[in-house]
Design a binder for this molecule. Structure first.
Ligand SMILES: [Zn+2]
Length: 189
């Protein structure tokens, strides 16, 4: 859903898209959004530039301002070469699909070299798998069961994770954000 008029929405539903100093979003998935309170605070602390605004004002007795809809950081945050090894990031690396059959439901982890054979939990040894494939493969090596992952699991960079995140646009997108976002899938009008 792309929303152009936010007037009717409660303030809590009016977050700002946060861009890095190079005007690229800090993160695609989850999309880097800040709640309006954090945005206003950082505007006052002079940490961010206002790039675009909602068509609505916030007021207190002493000041009023248009609510920012897109902001950019004044200080560039360098993307990490070492993203955190988390369940979410492994799924994101594998685009939330089973590396064996492509299924997108009931996802879990498969250890390429099973734990029982000394395999460790690492970027290189963990693949996203549906529970069906995970059970089918069991405690066997790929060579023992003929099940090979579509890609060899690897340690991704932030850049690679961002790229994959572009396949997962959120349900809510404000019109003013679209100039700064590039989705790899067609958006619902
Ligand atoms: Zn599968």
């Amino acid at each position: 859903m792309i929303v152009s008029h936010a007037n009717e929405l409660p303030l809590e539903k009016c977050p700002a898209l946060v861009l890095n100093a190079d005007y690229r979003p800090l993160s695609y998935y989850p999309l880097s959004l800040w709640c309006w309170q954090d945005v206003v605070r950082d505007v006052f602390l002079d940490r961010v530039n206002i790039v675009s605004e909602y068509d609505r004002e916030i007021r207190s007795p002493s000041f009023s301002m248009k609510l920012p809809s897109v902001i950019s950081l004044k200080t560039f945050v360098k993307p990490s070469e070492n993203p955190n090894f988390t369940r979410f990031n492994v799924f994101l690396r594998d685009k939330f699909s089973c590396l064996y059959c492509g299924d997108k439901k009931n996802l879990t982890f498969d250890h390429l070299i099973p734990k029982s054979k000394g395999g460790i939990t690492s970027w290189e040894n963990v693949a996203t798998a549906c529970t069906g494939c995970n059970v089918k493969k069991g405690n066997r090596l790929s060579s023992e069961c003929g099940m090979y992952p579509k890609i060899k699991p690897f340690k991704p960079t932030d850049e690679q994770l961002h790229k994959n995140g572009r396949n997962f646009p959120p349900n809510f997108l404000h019109q003013s954000w679209l100039d700064y976002l590039y989705w790899d899938v067609r958006l619902e009008p």
